[in-house]
Design a protein around this ligand. Structure first.
Ligand code: MEV
Length: 447
């Protein structure tokens, strides 16, 4: 049994000392772990230092494949989408959908709104809310004035504080009010900007109320609970759409065009009314969205949290996409809130992220919103197309085959032969093991 005492002052240790500590306590194979972790360090010490400094206690790097899905025609412009993801079939599915829609006019997108929201959550124990509203109206301009040093640069770039409102939430919780502020953050995701403004508003609120002598002494105080942006941004919405004549919808998937279109719309409808299906359906959308969000150095946790809250806005969890047939045209669309940045965070630091932005033509945030939404729509199109025709496993397992063969430690020559065999056979784990074993002349173990 290794020493299980807690460690003190870990973050102050050098990287080598942290690594040594970790390996000596937790690794079963210290030498292998040591060479694996240091093997993942970047050869260029400057680049490694950059990574070390992104977070605390960095001991190594964590690689994900960085793939690219070309041929995305978006509003008449061709893009190759960078995607960072571990799931075998996602990039292939994106590329397939891109090619399919390339011949049918491509993707049309539009940013519907770009507002971000944040709150100062506070308690006020006064008897008459109206008095707080009168106070707020009287001092409202001071929130803007006193935050001016923080907002100056953003205003020069065309953004800033759009509005501040006082919200009475006392029906939910006694004494609970909010300052609800909306912001335009241009090409940055804006979290730091918004949080700094909100903390400034909280100070202004606390100072101004003490000086507001229309209120009695006990009412001239608020308790600020917290000041924080909301990752729910239902006013930061983008729409992506594809459409084509029903006569063109279904080349090569084995069922008739009308039947395909009807079945597709039915599958989407099921995801609109059945939360069990909706979660998997939206997960498929997020396969595409997260991969581009991650590759472009954006906050996929914020994007995920927001998307799922938005999917629940009707009171039950629903599909984020919608499909319909209008005048013999198949129309498939996605509306999704996406709060993204193309400046700030690691976007201008991480070499792979910088490259991802470069291959997209260094878009602004609004353009990136549109590209990311397309990745989600394309992914959903490919998934639903497979689900209603061949089933999902055929394509998925074909892509997963190399993972299985790598697990079995197949040689390149064996891989080539086995991949060739599965060109016209259905892939399953057990069948892959059987073929592998028969190639090696050994008996497959049954489990
Ligand atoms: C797998 O990662 C995603 C799918 O399950 C999505 C879907 O079912 O629509 C294929």
């Amino acid at each position: 049994m290794k020493n299980t005492q807690p460690v003190k002052g870990f973050s102050k240790l050098s990287k080598h000392a942290k690594l040594e500590w970790l390996i000596s306590r937790y690794s079963q194979k210290p030498e292998l772990s040591q060479s694996m972790l240091s093997g993942y360090w970047h050869a260029d010490a400057e680049v490694q230092k950059l990574h070390d400094e992104f977070i605390e206690n960095t001991i190594s790097n964590y690689y994900l494949p960085f793939g690219v899905a070309p041929n995305f025609l978006i509003n008449g412009k061709l893009y190759a989408l960078p995607m960072a993801i571990e799931e075998s079939s996602v990039v292939a599915a994106a590329a397939k959908a891109a090619n399919f829609w390339l011949d049918r006019g491509g993707f049309q997108t539009r940013v519907i709104s770009t507002r971000k929201i944040g709150h100062v959550h506070f308690l006020w124990e006064g008897a008459d809310p109206q008095q707080l509203f009168s106070f707020f109206d009287r001092v409202k301009s001071k929130f803007f004035d006193q935050a001016e040093p923080l907002t100056r640069n953003m205003v020069l770039r065309g953004g800033g504080i759009a509005d501040i409102q006082l919200r009475d939430k006392t029906e939910l919780e006694p004494g609970y009010y909010q300052l609800e502020a909306t912001f335009e953050t241009c090409d940055s995701m804006g979290a730091n900007f918004i949080n700094s403004c909100l903390e400034n508003f909280a100070k202004t609120l606390q100072t101004e109320i003490t000086e507001y002598d229309t209120l009695n002494a006990a009412e001239r105080t608020v308790q600020v609970v917290m000041s924080i942006l909301s990752n729910y941004t239902p006013e930061c919405i983008v729409r992506a759409e594809v459409s084509c004549s029903i006569d063109e919808i279904n080349e090569g998937s084995g069922i008739g065009n009308r039947e395909f279109a009807d079945k597709f719309c039915r599958a989407i409808r099921i995801a609109e009314i059945e939360p069990y299906r909706a979660v998997t359906h939206n997960k498929g959308i997020m396969n595409g969205i997260d991969a581009v969000v991650l590759a472009t150095g954006n906050d996929f946790r914020a994007v995920e949290a927001c998307a799922h809250a938005f999917a629940s806005r009707s009171g039950s969890y629903r599909s984020l996409t919608h499909a319909e047939i209008v005048n013999n045209r198949f129309v498939f669309s996605l509306n999704i809130p996406l709060s993204l940045g193309t400046v700030g965070g690691i976007t201008n630091l991480h070499p792979m992220v910088k490259f991802a932005h470069e291959i997209l033509g260094n878009p602004g945030a609004a353009e990136l919103m549109q590209i990311v939404a397309v990745a989600g729509l394309a992914q959903n199109f490919s998934a639903v197309r497979s689900l209603i025709t061949s089933g999902i496993q055929k394509g998925h397992m074909k892509m997963h085959l190399l993972n299985i063969l790598n697990q079995l430690e197949a040689t390149d020559e064996e891989k080539e032969k086995i991949v060739d065999y599965f060109k016209d056979h259905v892939v399953s784990y057990s069948e892959a093991v059987r073929v592998f074993c028969s190639l090696r002349g050994v008996t497959a173990q049954s489990n």
